[in-house]
Design a binder for this molecule. Structure first.
Ligand SMILES: *[C@@H]1O[C@H](CO)[C@@H](O)[C@H](O)[C@H]1NC(C)=O
Ligand SMILES: *[C@@H]1O[C@H](CO)[C@@H](O)[C@H](O)[C@H]1NC(C)=O
Ligand SMILES: *[C@@H]1O[C@H](CO)[C@@H](O)[C@H](O)[C@H]1NC(C)=O
Ligand SMILES: *[C@@H]1O[C@H](CO)[C@@H](O)[C@H](O)[C@H]1NC(C)=O
Ligand SMILES: *[C@@H]1O[C@H](CO)[C@@H](O)[C@H](O)[C@H]1NC(C)=O
Ligand SMILES: *[C@@H]1O[C@H](CO)[C@@H](O)[C@H](O)[C@H]1NC(C)=O
Ligand SMILES: *[C@@H]1O[C@H](CO)[C@@H](O)[C@H](O)[C@H]1NC(C)=O
Ligand SMILES: *[C@@H]1O[C@H](CO)[C@@H](O)[C@H](O)[C@H]1NC(C)=O
Ligand SMILES: *[C@@H]1O[C@H](CO)[C@@H](O)[C@H](O)[C@H]1NC(C)=O
Ligand SMILES: *[C@@H]1O[C@H](CO)[C@@H](O)[C@H](O)[C@H]1NC(C)=O
Ligand SMILES: *[C@@H]1O[C@H](CO)[C@@H](O)[C@H](O)[C@H]1NC(C)=O
Ligand SMILES: *[C@@H]1O[C@H](CO)[C@@H](O)[C@H](O)[C@H]1NC(C)=O
Length: 514
């Protein structure tokens, strides 16, 4: 399935139709290390909090949120409240808005839905939802749309990674118990997205960040994907939201038409949904009621008419090509609007050559959008990328590298940089890490143009493409639809794509810098 279908048109109109009212191009940043803390982005801050930096094996010290909660059970809430309060602020929102950022992706742990945490076996800081709600309020006021990304899943979706919140080799996500918890999380987040006024700018929920690449190690993941979509739609149909191309229907008794939680409880016995989805809805009911009571949303959840004519959320998955070994195709389970996410980190030398010309040749001929579209994985956005390189990049190269990646990703639905910011400290070698990982620092240094839709040089790829229409890229800053229809990028040889290995490299290389 990896052959390239040239000439396949990824129509911008299709992207626009997928979620009415949203910007056609995503110019975004991740709010990384806010509600899922990864110490490599703020090593000094982490040490100041009481965390530790442990050599190459992150399971051997206080390197994650769960290890921290275990070490400091009495102060963990307060310490993290301080972090949540300061790592992402109103002032950051103002800066992002001024920089033309129209989207943020917010990495979240399952533990933000506190009732899902199986205490005392699992421990995490509590109180994050207050900060998420406040931050979403700022983003909404700024007109910035939001993707809620289930970044750290119950049971841990991949081994020995700090971004899962628990650095362990014991990967348990791909089991019925944890799939179930992820579905409950989904039902709760879908409810909040439609009913909590603070969540008004959420337009998409991503099911699972970066599952294991080898699909033979993720049994049941395809069924989870299907249940994820059905859970989102079951909540929405209960709310009265119509979902295009759905043959599902939900009817709510008149007696519960002023009590959403009661209506959701009714839907949980609708046999049109699989048993897992029914169970997730039923388990979500008391959790939603608890959140309502704690956050002043009880009247909305239990004592108000809730029927709405809102827009369905865009369900979001890592693209099928994220996995190998006979993966499931998330396009097969779409009901209503759905989009796909890919994460390209070029500093994975496994994938690309290890010098500036190889990087440019690769990005300028990127085929991902076409290969994904051939699988139905369209629209596609690039939900994580950076300016990181495995060689010492010159500033001159970084200007080109920023332009070229933006050009390539804008031919899809757009891009979301990792990360919005990085600590600047002695432990990050001053701004050395921020330079290639922080959007705000890259903007400050001029690698990114003040207008994210602009380029220093719209023809930056010309020397690296074999296309006869050498200058199609000039139109890209306006509308990227032309890029894919006129001159399909030339395929690059499919070398093994191993983002996981990259992440391991990243973590160890970060620690070497320390
Ligand atoms: C942490 O916060 C939760 C929820 O607010 C609370 O139940 C728990 O007691 C707090 N833990 C500590 C040690 O304060
Ligand atoms: C981390 O994961 C391990 C292995 O699954 C588990 O035993 C442990 O309870 C988890 N720790 C926390 C704090 O969640
Ligand atoms: C709804 O559509 C799907 C796929 O189009 C089909 O498999 C399923 O049987 C249909 N369900 C009903 C209740 O018609
Ligand atoms: C709403 O419905 C739930 C679930 O059936 C129920 O427990 C709750 O008491 C109801 N709330 C009100 C205000 O009637
Ligand atoms: C949910 O619905 C079932 C019937 O389907 C009922 O027995 C149960 O009491 C309801 N739960 C709540 C919380 O309303
Ligand atoms: C990439 O090149 C640099 C500099 O030559 C080298 O230090 C590094 O090990 C190389 N990385 C890989 C994966 O080859
Ligand atoms: C890159 O720069 C660092 C720090 O200046 C230096 O230690 C390293 O040797 C350089 N690597 C290459 C491949 O030039
Ligand atoms: C960084 O290290 C230098 C020299 O050790 C020290 O003077 C300076 O205060 C440190 N800066 C920060 C931000 O810690
Ligand atoms: C494309 O145009 C650039 C000048 O903008 C030129 O340097 C390059 O050689 C051209 N490439 C091809 C393949 O014609
Ligand atoms: C594109 O041009 C480069 C350099 O001339 C060449 O090595 C490469 O094979 C060409 N690729 C294709 C697909 O023609
Ligand atoms: C791009 O192509 C157009 C004609 O299609 C031509 O007029 C223009 O000069 C070209 N620009 C560059 C930079 O080659
Ligand atoms: C490109 O954008 C400029 C400025 O926004 C606009 O004037 C021009 O008409 C646009 N061109 C196309 C082809 O859309």
């Amino acid at each position: 399935m990896r052959h390239i279908l040239t000439g396949l048109v990824l129509s911008i109109t299709f992207i626009a139709c997928a979620w009415a009212g949203q910007p056609t191009h995503i110019y975004g940043v991740n709010l990384g290390s806010w509600l899922v803390l990864e110490l490599w982005m703020l090593p000094q801050g982490w040490v100041d909090m009481g965390g530790q930096l442990c050599g190459s094996d992150c399971s051997t010290c206080i390197s994650t949120e769960s290890a921290f909660a275990q070490a400091y059970p009495d102060t963990v809430n307060a310490t993290f409240a301080q972090h949540w309060d300061t790592w992402f602020t109103q002032s950051d929102v103002d800066t992002l808005k001024a920089a033309g950022i129209n989207t943020v992706r917010i990495p979240l742990g399952y533990w933000i839905v506190e009732d899902l945490v199986n205490r005392p076996h699992e421990l995490y800081p509590q109180g994050g939802l207050n900060y998420l709600r406040r931050g979403l309020g700022w983003l909404q006021d700024a007109g910035i749309q939001v993707i809620l990304d289930h970044h750290a899943l119950p049971g841990v979706q991949t081994a020995q990674q700090m971004f899962t919140g628990n650095c362990t080799t014991d990967v348990q996500f791909y089991t019925p118990y944890n799939y179930q918890r992820a579905l409950v999380w989904t039902a709760v987040m879908t409810t909040l997205s439609h009913l909590d006024p603070n969540f008004g700018s959420v337009f998409s929920i991503e099911a699972a960040n970066e599952p294991i690449n080898d699909a033979s190690q993720t049994p049941g993941y395809g069924t989870f994907q299907e249940n994820f979509v059905q859970t989102v739609r079951a909540v929405e149909l209960t709310l009265g939201i119509s979902v295009p191309s759905s043959n599902l229907s939900v009817s709510v008794s008149a007696s519960v038409s002023n009590n959403f939680t009661a209506a959701l409880n009714e839907t949980s016995s609708a046999t049109i949904f699989p048993a897992e989805v029914q169970a997730a809805l039923s388990e979500a009911v008391p959790i939603i009621m608890g959140i309502g009571a704690t956050h002043g949303l009880q009247t909305i959840f239990e004592a108000s008419p809730f029927k709405q004519s809102g827009t369905p959320l865009v369900t979001n998955f890592m693209d099928m090509n994220w996995q190998y070994n006979n993966p499931s195709n998330p396009a097969d389970v779409a009901i209503g609007p759905q989009a796909y996410d890919d994460h390209l980190y070029y500093s994975s030398a496994v994938r690309r050559g290890n010098d500036s010309t190889s990087y440019m040749t690769s990005i300028c001929n990127l085929a991902e959008i076409q290969t994904d579209a051939a699988l139905g994985n369209s629209p596609l956005w690039f939900g994580e990328w950076s300016l990181d390189t495995q060689f010492n990049a010159t500033d001159e190269f970084l200007y080109q590298w920023a332009d070229a990646q933006k050009l390539a990703y804008s031919k899809g639905a757009g891009w979301i940089y990792w990360n919005f910011k990085i600590e600047i400290s002695n432990l990050t070698n001053g701004n050395a890490r921020a330079k290639q990982w922080s959007y705000l620092e890259g903007l400050e240094l001029g690698f990114f143009t003040q207008d994210p839709a602009a380029f220093h040089n719209p023809n930056v790829c010309a020397p690296y493409t074999n296309s006869t229409s050498n200058n199609t890229s000039t139109s890209v800053s306006n509308s990227t639809s032309k890029g894919t229809s006129s001159s399909a990028p030339i395929s690059i040889p499919a070398t093994g794509y191993q983002p996981l290995i990259y992440f391991m490299f990243l973590i160890s290389s970060s620690l070497i810098f320390l």
